[in-house]
Design a protein around this ligand. Structure first.
Ligand code: PXL
Length: 290
């Protein structure tokens, strides 16, 4: 047992801590912990509630990240993954770049959190959105939703469903910005309703999973998807297997939350026994080539 515990992988999560609303660290820590990964939080901001509540108290921690990194370097701490997400200021891009540079062998994941449903989040300035490309350029994996993919590519947010041809074009153009692997969530694909799509530039493979369309959008859904995806990749799953696990678990949790008629802004109801599912030997064969 001790030997097993010694092999536990570490992920530095550069993300905010929001007291209520279940997003960022309050989702990432439990999910990755259940999947056998130690999350080392590097908070970008502390909020009483996420920005979707409209009113919230926020403390920006821009001046914390760099000293924390220096401390980890001094301690000789190694991270197997560095995962950036919600940022509180454009200067935090520089801190994330330093973090990624300090751990060149880590799996470098950038969730370019900027907005949803065609709109940028309240605290996201145009400078922060523009500079997000600098993080995408150094990432191994990026996981934008369709809104964030459109912002990164300088495209209009699509009003209706997009074709597979456009989806592939967006995936390839995003990977040309630097990341070897690109996964886009919340895609309305012609003939599919809702889908999650992915591209691995190392073998030029395209992947697609159809999701059940639930008429609700809960905060933290992207954080849950990306954490499960990272958990799978860190234990050696191939991209389509990891995508499948992440999409299925997220879909299941969204559906469960919808049945409970919970408020959208309170996030996904995932606490409890259902989390054991994250480690089940399930058949993951819904991820198809596109
Ligand atoms: O899950 C995205 C997210 C993360 N963190 C904060 C947010 C949001 C989306 O609204 O407000 C603080």
């Amino acid at each position: 047992m001790d030997k097993e515990l010694n092999r536990i992988k570490k992920a530095a999560a550069i993300q905010d801590m929001s007291g209520i609303g279940r997003c960022s660290l309050t989702v990432i820590i439990p999910v990755l912990s259940v999947m056998g990964v130690q999350v080392c939080p590097v908070p970008t901001a502390v909020l009483s509630a996420h920005t979707g509540y409209g009113e919230f108290v926020m403390r920006d921690l821009t001046d914390f990240i760099q000293p924390a990194l220096e401390h980890y370097k001094k301690l000789g701490v190694q991270f197997d993954c560095v995962y950036s997400g919600f940022l509180a200021s454009s200067e935090q891009i520089d801190s994330c770049l330093e973090f990624f540079k300090a751990y060149p062998d880590a799996l470098k994941v950038v969730d370019p959190v900027m907005g949803d449903d065609g709109k940028a989040y309240a605290t996201y300035t145009s400078e922060l959105c523009t500079r997000m490309s600098e993080l995408v350029a150094v990432a191994d994996l990026i996981t934008p939703n369709l809104t964030e993919a459109a912002i990164l590519l300088g495209e209009e947010y699509p009003k209706g469903a997009i074709s597979e041809h456009t989806a592939k074009d967006w995936l390839v153009r995003l990977s040309q910005k630097g990341a070897k692997t690109v996964v886009i969530t919340s895609v309305k694909l012609e003939g599919s309703g809702a889908a999650t799509i992915g591209y691995d530039s190392s073998d030029k493979s395209f992947w697609k999973i159809d999701n059940v369309l639930v008429p609700a959008q809960y905060s933290g859904t992207g954080d849950m998807f990306t954490s499960v995806l990272i958990g799978g990749l860190l234990r050696g799953d191939a991209l389509p297997v990891a995508m499948n696990r992440a999409a299925e678990y997220t879909e299941h949790t969204v559906y469960q939350t919808y049945q409970c008629k919970n408020s959208f802004r309170d996030g996904l109801l995932f606490e409890g026994e259902g989390m054991a599912w994250l480690n089940s030997a399930h058949r993951f064969d819904d991820c198809k080539r596109m």
